[in-house]
Write a protein that binds this ligand. Structure first.
Ligand SMILES: [Zn+2]
Length: 182
């Protein structure tokens, strides 16, 4: 069961050479567990880093092989991508890249996977959103049960490094805990 006073930190698109270890160390400092939606090709590239995520007690989920956008590929290719990914990432959790999934595919994917979207978008990847604004929104909006999306992505790693420690602090000040998705 989900605990009523928890939020869920999720990290999409990794593992990455530059950022994953930093994220793991930050989470370890506070003994926080998160959920990492990994891209199959990145798991192939960095198997040791992927194993480290699991070793440190976090949960992993499927984010397709190549970060395909559901609206851009055929259904069979998309389903194959999920299947191939599950060969590398043994998980029933699935998050569609870009949060986009043609409605008609929901049912068939749900037969084998638990589709996890999010309720709070951090905008960590969006350079046009000022970081101070992200903190203000976090203070006023984040509540128990929220699924928070962050990115394990080299391109915006400098932003995550600024955002994550303060975000954790804001959530802890609200008296909320952290849990992993199941
Ligand atoms: Zn993604």
């Amino acid at each position: 069961m989900e605990s009523r006073d928890s939020v869920y930190l999720t990290f999409d698109d990794g593992p990455t050479e530059e950022l994953t270890h930093w994220v793991l160390d930050e989470l370890d400092k506070q003994n926080i567990k998160g959920t990492f939606f990994c891209v199959g090709e990145n798991v192939k590239k960095y198997p040791e880093i992927f194993n480290e995520i699991i070793k440190r007690g976090h949960t992993v989920g499927n984010h397709t092989m190549n970060h395909e956008k559901g609206s851009d590929v055929l259904k069979t290719a998309y389903l194959e991508s999920i299947e191939e990914c599950v060969g590398l990432i043994s998980s029933r959790l699935f998050r569609p890249p870009y949060g986009r999934l043609p409605r008609k595919w929901d049912k068939i994917i749900s037969e084998s996977y638990k589709i996890i979207m999010w309720s709070w978008l951090s905008h960590d990847f969006d350079e046009s959103v000022d970081i101070s604004r992200i903190f203000k929104k976090a203070e006023s909006q984040i509540k128990a049960g929220d699924i928070i999306v962050l990115h394990d992505n080299n391109k915006t790693s400098h932003r995550l490094k600024e955002i994550l420690p303060r975000l954790i602090e804001i959530i802890q000040k609200k008296g909320l805990k952290f849990d992993v998705l199941r």
